[in-house]
Design a binder for this molecule. Structure first.
Ligand SMILES: Cc1ncc(COP(=O)(O)O)c(C=O)c1O
Length: 391
């Protein structure tokens, strides 16, 4: 039995995923398989580091010692073959708040920002709510796979944009972009003076055989034209600790980001987040490798299950992340019907595809970072509802 098979009661722990289920999905009986956190314990060394820090009993203002920077640098080098310099490293409570700070730092109201839908919906929200303009460069879905539309990107870049927010690996469709794809994208952006904000929060969550390329590692020009957002939050299930990393090799861009962070007085870390991050990057590697094996087995289980029990639902195979993108269009339901079907008939709480923007209609996103028994329960609920639909 794997450590990830253990079912942990998360209700009444203030969990967004579990304790908001009734409010969001209308019933306590809905099984939540939506927001991107995992139903697993964090690695033991992380828990121990937090407990040790808690036992100290004094939680005053905290600084970041050199050992934290070393842990971040070592992780980037050993896991992603990416050498980062200490002064490039900045912080933000979360990646999404970091995106907002970067919009303030690197763009003006009214500026155009390119994104690639269907994509993690807070990108569009953050752009819109901060009075910038969304420019969509939709992904192309063909033969069950997604790819970038470079011709369209070239056109949009030519028409003028200040920034591009790249999702790498891409949530919700699960692509781990190849070096060549990132290079083509980067060349277009460099040519048109568009800075790339590369959200790489899922970069440690790779299916077997996949390699993630940090955007800034492709070459000096790419490093100078980008900001890379990472975090231990998805990787080690620490989202509630509000600790993420904003790496900016270009001094001018970095100064602008730091000026915003200073103006907002957001420079100091959360004591527990800091302790957890250092422990995770130093001692979490083995746990992560085991997790990767478990997630790929969950994916294989899900894929075989749908092929056998509900072949109308096609699984777009993710190369990374613990999210699977389900093509439900063969069910023949409208956007509202599909949402209602999952919630009320199947009683599962998924993320409806349409929230991810153009190209998301008819799809659902399911989170597979849960014990296999929970996954089985969720899939059986869906298959049972699909059978009734056909009857
Ligand atoms: C692509 C992407 N970026 C950012 C986040 C959230 O980042 P944070 O919790 O650090 O704001 C998520 C969470 O699902 C995500 O998928």
């Amino acid at each position: 039995m794997s450590q990830f098979d253990q079912v942990i009661e998360r209700r009444n722990s203030g969990s967004v995923k579990w304790d908001l289920v009734e409010e969001l999905y209308g019933s306590r009986d809905v099984l939540p398989m939506w927001v991107a956190d995992m139903d697993f314990h964090a690695p033991r060394p992380v828990v121990e580091a937090i407990v040790a820090r808690a036992q100290h009993g004094v939680y005053g203002y905290t600084m970041r010692p050199a050992s934290v920077y070393e842990a971040i640098e070592d992780w980037a080098r050993t896991r992603h073959n990416w050498t980062i310099e200490r002064e490039w490293i900045g912080f933000s409570p979360g990646v999404v708040p970091g995106l907002a700070f970067l919009l303030y730092a690197l763009s003006e109201p009214g500026d155009k920002i390119i994104i690639q839908p269907p994509v993690y919906h807070p990108f569009a929200f953050t752009i819109r709510e901060n009075d910038r303009q969304i420019v969509n460069n939709p992904l192309i879905f063909e033969d069950g796979q997604y790819r970038m539309d470079f011709e369209d990107l070239r056109q949009k870049a030519h028409d003028g944009a200040r920034l591009m927010i790249l999702c790498s690996p891409h949530n919700p469709i699960g692509r781990v972009w190849t070096r060549e794809e990132l290079q083509r994208l980067g060349e277009i952006c460099i040519q048109h003076g568009i800075t790339v904000i590369s959200d790489e929060i899922h970069s440690d969550l790779l299916m077997p055989g996949q390699v993630h390329t940090p955007f800034a590692s492709i070459g000096e020009e790419f490093a100078q034209n980008s900001v890379v957002c990472t975090a231990p939050s998805k990787t080690f299930n620490l989202a509630g600790l509000q600790t993420s990393i904003i790496t900016i090799p270009n001094k001018e861009l970095r100064d602008k980001f730091n000026a915003i962070m200073n103006r907002l007085h957001l420079g100091l870390p959360n004591t527990f987040g800091l302790a957890a991050m250092e422990a995770a990057y130093r001692f979490g590697g083995e746990w992560l490798d085991e997790l990767g094996g478990y997630l790929s087995e969950n994916l294989a289980y899900l894929t075989a299950f749908f092929e056998r029990e509900a072949p109308q639902i096609k699984v777009v195979q993710p190369q990374g992340t613990y999210l699977a993108w389900l093509d439900c269009r063969e069910l023949g339901l409208s956007t509202e019907e599909l949402s209602r079907f999952m919630r009320e008939d199947a009683k599962v709480g998924l993320d409806d595809g349409h929230i991810f923007g153009p190209g998301g209609d008819g799809f659902e996103r399911i989170n597979i970072a849960c014990p296999r028994s929970v996954l089985q329960d969720g899939l059986q609920r869906i298959a049972g509802a699909v059978r009734k639909l056909g009857a």
